[in-house]
Structure formats: structure tokens, C-alpha cells
Design a binder for this molecule. Sequence first.
Ligand code: NAP
Length: 319
Amino acid sequence: MEEKIFDCIVLGGGPAGINAALYALRGNAKTCIIDTSTLGGQPVNYLEIENYLGFPSINGYELSEKFEEHLDKFNCEKFPNEEIQFIDLTGEIKIIKTLKNVFKGRTVILATGASASKLGIKGEKEYIGHGVSYCAVCDGGFYKEKNVLVIGGGNAAVEEGCYLTKFAKKVYIMHRRNELRADKIVQQRAFENEKVEFIFDSIPLEITGENNHVSKVSYKNLKTAKTDTISVEGVFPYIGFTPNAKHFSGQIMQDEKGFILVDSCMRTSELGVFAAGDVRKTPLRQVITAVSDGAVAGVYAVKYLEELKTVSKKEILSA
Ligand code: NAP
């Protein structure tokens, strides 16, 4: 196992991580970026991004490629497809062990993002890959002329629901309230789409199938308490995200859902540890806000490294 030493270790290669690495490198810090998969993060799966400044409409994969190309102009050591074994953020030297390497550094920027939350209902886990999907862009094409159900009322549910109408005969969008959380412009598009039918005030109860594939979903109307069933061949839960923090949970302060608490400089409760993007507690999770977080984290990681050279740990703590 190889030991690798850096000034700044960025964990997570999505927009937040890539920009954090970029800023750290521009600050002359020897920086690496580690990801459990390839670089790119969540936007890789977004068909179209319409709210990244400077790009009125861009495919998520294309934007991610541009981010990585930009990073490649700097001397960043990239470690994709690393399997994390152990993380210790508590010492002055932070340690990240993967199956292949041991990374050591004085600063770590946590930009591990978040993953699709699960409904936790019967049949969900059993039918993943057999009708249950968390990625309309990846799997939408399998549902030509079929009925599908999207669950959730946020931007993701409503946008992906509309996207699925390109293939599906009918797209039901089930939301637990009668008011959507999605942006008004996104809502309007869905209301105007003849293939979309909303099921409000309702939650799914169970996903059942035939021949090893989803065929029905039972659900409950929370206002009337009545239960019913719809026939669908695809179920796409879009009910928000859970932070990817399992390897370091408990070592830094997090909220009740596990999102990392940071100050305005993206500093976590642990000295030398910063967090950026969807993994942190934030009111808005967009590509542009992740990128912005990354910039702040990168700059303050560099500042911290500089301070380490001149002042004592005690002084940094009281700053
Ligand atoms: P979100 O905005 O948090 O919405 C999650 C939705 O799921 C809410 O409507 C919520 O209902 C519902 N929900 C949560 N838990 C549930 C449960 N257990 N059962 C049933 N329903 C449940 O999440 P999101 O849509 O994934 O978006 C996350 C972030 O990404 C947001 O900041 C969003 O703006 C951003 N995003 C942006 C774009 C874009 O700009 N192009 C695209 C996708 C996502 P309630 O409303 O009742 O809480």
C-alpha cells in the first residue's frame, strides 16, 4: 500500500470538489482529489441544466467534462475509483485509507455530495433495477409507452417526471402535499404537459410486481385515509438526498440528517477540515452553489495551511 502526502486532500469529485481542488492548487497547495467513482458527481446524470450562469442550457455530462478539463490545466493528482476503508479527521495530520492507498494531509475538504434518499417502503429495495430507478436519464428509455410513477414534489421529481414523458405513455407524480416544492416555472411546464397526472396528498405504501418486475403501487391519500392502487411498470423516487458521510460521521458536527455544519468559510468543527457542496447543511443544493462552496473551501484551506506555518494551533482556534 502506497503512502501519499498532500497539503490538501479533496474527497469527492463533483462540482464542489473539483472547484475546491482548483482553488487549492491555485493557492499553491499540493492537492489531490479522491472519488469512489469517476469524477463528475451528480450533474453527470442531469439531462439539461438551465441555471448555471453563462450556460442558458447545457447537458450535465458536458458541463462536468468542462469542469474536469479546467482542473486538468493544473497539476492535480486524481484518484478515481478508490474504495474508502477508513478516515481519521481528528489529528493534525488527517488520514484517509483506501484499498489501494494511504493519503495523509494537513487539510481535507469533504465534498462527498449526497445520494438519493430511499422511500423505505416494502418492495423498493427488492425491485431496484427491476422497475425501481433513481435516475430517469439513465433508465427512462426502458419505459416506452408504459405508465410510470414519480414520487416527490421538488424540482427533481417534477423535472424528471416531465423528462419521462418523452418515453412513457403516462407519468403519475405523487406528492405528499397538495402544493409542489418545485420552482414555479418547472411546475408550469408539468401542469401544461398532457402526459403528466398529479396524485396529491398521497404517499406510496408498497411496490409489488409480476415476473420479477414492478407492476403496481399501493398508496394512501393522507387527507381521506383511503388507499388505492395504480398500475405502473416504473417507479422513480425523487424525495431528496441523504449526505454521503458514513465514513466520517461522528468526527465532525452534523445536523440531525447527517449534513455537515460549517461556518461561512466552509470550516467544519474539526480544525483543518472543510466541507463543500451537497454534503453540507445548506438551503440550496445546485451546481452553482456547490461550485461556490468549493471556491470558499479551497481558499480557506490554503489560508489555514499558511497560518500553520506562522501561528500556533491555539491561535488558529481562537481566530
Ligand atoms: P427537495 O427539493 O428536497 O424535494 C424533495 C421532495 O420529496 C419534496 O417535495 C418532499 O415533500 C418530498 N419528500 C421528502 N421525503 C419524502 C418521503 N419520505 N415520502 C414522500 N415524499 C417525500 O429535493 P430535490 O427535488 O431532489 O432537489 C434537491 C435540490 O436540488 C434542491 O435544491 C433543488 O432545487 C435542486 N435541484 C435543482 C434542479 C435544477 O435546478 N435544475 C434539478 C433538480 C434538483 P415536501 O415538499 O412535502 O417536503
